[in-house]
Design a binder for this molecule. Structure first.
Ligand code: FES
Length: 184
């Protein structure tokens, strides 16, 4: 009887031990599962050669006429490159910056007044604004018009009306020649 009493403790400790063992086994299996799932995910975060190749692009801008723009893809986003007319430059430079929602002088947004380089993603909810081509609506300020909820940007890509909180972003870029822009 004494042996039986010893084999099955009244405090149920052996059941607790079994539960702890099962818990540890489950935790170990979970950790292993997490590791095997995490690797492909982490691995996929290393950019492939194709993606690295696209991290910077060179764009020939020689055929863009004044008042027109082109849209190219850069890092999965639309990139606007627009050649501004003297009137568009004047309008952009003549704005009272203090009155802007996202105050920024035109000279701080362009490297050459004639060229406007922007990420073509509306800062409201991410639609692609219209106006890069002169045949598209450009809104009241002559820049870009986002048809999703009516945001309007000026000829410097600054937000002037509608719900968008910020100006269209300017990506890192440089001119590698008079007719080539390198973005990224
Ligand atoms: S996404 Fe452009 S106005 Fe809403």
């Amino acid at each position: 009887m004494a042996d039986q009493a010893h084999a099955v403790p009244k405090d149920g400790h052996s059941g607790g031990t079994r539960r702890e063992f099962l818990y540890l086994m489950t935790a170990a299996a979970g950790a292993y599962g997490a590791a095997t799932v995490a690797w492909p995910f982490i691995s996929s975060m290393n950019p492939s050669q194709d993606v690295l190749a696209l991290s910077s692009i060179e764009v020939d801008i020689s055929s863009i006429q004044p008042g027109e723009g082109i849209t190219v893809k850069w890092r999965g986003k639309p990139l606007f490159i627009r050649r501004r007319t003297p009137e568009e430059i004047k309008a952009a430079e003549g704005v009272n910056v203090a009155q802007l929602r996202d105050p920024q002088a035109d000279k701080d947004r362009v490297q050459k007044p004639e060229w406007l380089v922007l990420i073509g993603v509306c800062t409201h909810l991410g639609c692609v604004p219209q106006g890069e081509k002169s045949s598209e609506p450009r809104g009241e300020y002559g820049g870009y018009y986002c048809p999703c909820h009516g945001s309007q940007y000026d000829t410097s890509g600054r937000i002037r009306k509608g719900p968008a909180p910020l100006n269209l972003a300017v990506p890192p870029y440089s001119f590698t020649s008079d007719t080539t822009v390198k973005v990224g």
